[in-house]
Design a protein around this ligand. Structure first.
Ligand SMILES: NC(=O)c1ccc[n+]([C@@H]2O[C@H](COP(=O)([O-])OP(=O)(O)OC[C@H]3O[C@@H](n4cnc5c(N)ncnc54)[C@H](OP(=O)(O)O)[C@@H]3O)[C@@H](O)[C@H]2O)c1
Length: 330
């Protein structure tokens, strides 16, 4: 099968190239998916440049989410009955790596149905961001209906899902985006307030809105202490990424004075059981919002597999709103 591999040190997006590799094994409890599309995520870029190595036991091939068709199953009769999947089903799934390939082996408990009316390209953009956002914003941040969440990077894959999921769960949403053009496009995701963080500090605008109960931050760096200013008493800051740096200066008095909670998590190193639990929760609570059209996917651009380098370059350029996918099979 065709897969994407990394040449040289991976520092350039054009270090990605198409190679031949055997189809992956399908261990017990797994299914083999013939990949239609693979989502392209920022962690793929970090893995390519060597800053986010795959966990032990994970596929070294890039790609954390796919859509496709079940090619074969290695399930007991009981597992097949409980999970309900069968040969030829169209699915999307979180992968343990290996998505940039014609076939990928996936834990059958991590499969999700294609939401109503979505294309295979759209469905491929969902598993990684929906599980990450659900785990961090709804579980880690404990966001409740009626509360306000501040979401940085509203144009990102994570941000675009977080805005819509928060609205779907009945929260008020403030988001920051860099650049007036992107602000206008991100407004369509339904945020109550969109702030152009490229044009000035976001703190006064957030305070004028009344502050935030939860912050979903993918930036870190000099956003971190300002996030603490934006939080209301007993607010929760959830770190999901560190685009501007992980080592930060904080005024810890703010944490004590306002009884703040600082937390965060990564999805990838979680156990297969934990990802199965999250997949189930997302199918139960988020998929109905997607089926109903309350959460929309935004495929900014699709690239063929041999253009994986261009897909990475496009994402790195930071002009996108929503998600980028690779078109691999039919
Ligand atoms: N915790 C997890 O399990 C998990 C899972 C998936 C992703 N992530 C992380 O979440 C982040 C978003 O991932 P994605 O795939 O959605 O990426 P993406 O679509 O490429 O978006 C990256 C976002 O980060 C913003 N950004 C980067 N550096 C910034 C800076 N210095 N100041 C302000 N904004 C900055 C970008 O803003 P511009 O467009 O203005 O450049 C953009 O909104 C990444 O950091 C990724 O590693 C974490």
């Amino acid at each position: 099968m065709h897969v994407i591999q990394v040449n040289n040190d991976g520092k350039s997006p054009y270090d990605l190239f198409v190679a031949e590799a055997p189809r992956p094994e399908t261990p017990a409890g797994h299914v083999l998916i013939r990949v239609s599309h693979a989502g392209v995520n920022r962690p793929d870029i970090l893995q390519r440049i060597g800053a986010y190595p795959p966990p032990v036991g994970a596929s070294p091939i890039l790609g954390l989410e796919v859509s496709g068709t079940i090619e074969s199953l290695n399930l007991s009769d009981e597992e097949a009955r409980l999970l309900g999947w069968t040969l030829g089903d169209k699915v999307c799934a979180l992968t343990n790596g290996g998505g940039y390939a014609e076939f990928v082996s996936v834990d059958a408990r991590h499969l999700l149905p294609i939401p109503k009316g979505l294309t295979m390209a759209e469905a491929a953009t969902l598993p990684e961001v929906s599980l990450t956002v659900y785990a961090n914003m709804i579980e880690g941040g404990g966001l409740k209906a009626g509360e306000t969440v501040l979401i940085h990077g509203g144009n990102s894959g994570i941000g675009s899902m977080a805005i819509q999921m928060a609205k779907g769960f009945g929260a008020k949403v403030i988001t920051t985006v860099r650049g007036a053009d992107k602000c206008a496009r991100v407004a369509a995701f339904g945020a109550d307030l969109v702030i152009d963080a490229g044009a000035g500090d976001f703190v006064e605008a957030v305070k004028a809105y009344g502050g935030a109960d939860v912050v979903i931050d993918i930036v870190g760096g000099d956003y971190t202490d300002r996030n603490l200013i934006c939080l209301k008493p007993k607010g929760r800051m959830v770190q999901v990424g560190v685009g501007a740096g992980a080592k930060v200066a904080l005024d810890l008095f703010r944490v004590m004075q306002k009884q703040l909670t600082l937390t965060g998590s990564t999805l990838r190193p979680r156990s297969a059981d934990e990802k199965a639990r999250l997949s189930h929760a997302v199918r139960d609570q988020v998929w109905p919002l997607i089926d109903a059209g309350q959460i929309k996917t935004v495929v900014e651009k699709a690239f063929s597999l041999d253009k994986a380098g261009e897909a990475h370059a496009w994402l790195e350029a930071g002009q996108h709103v929503g998600k980028v996918v690779l078109k691999i099979g039919g």
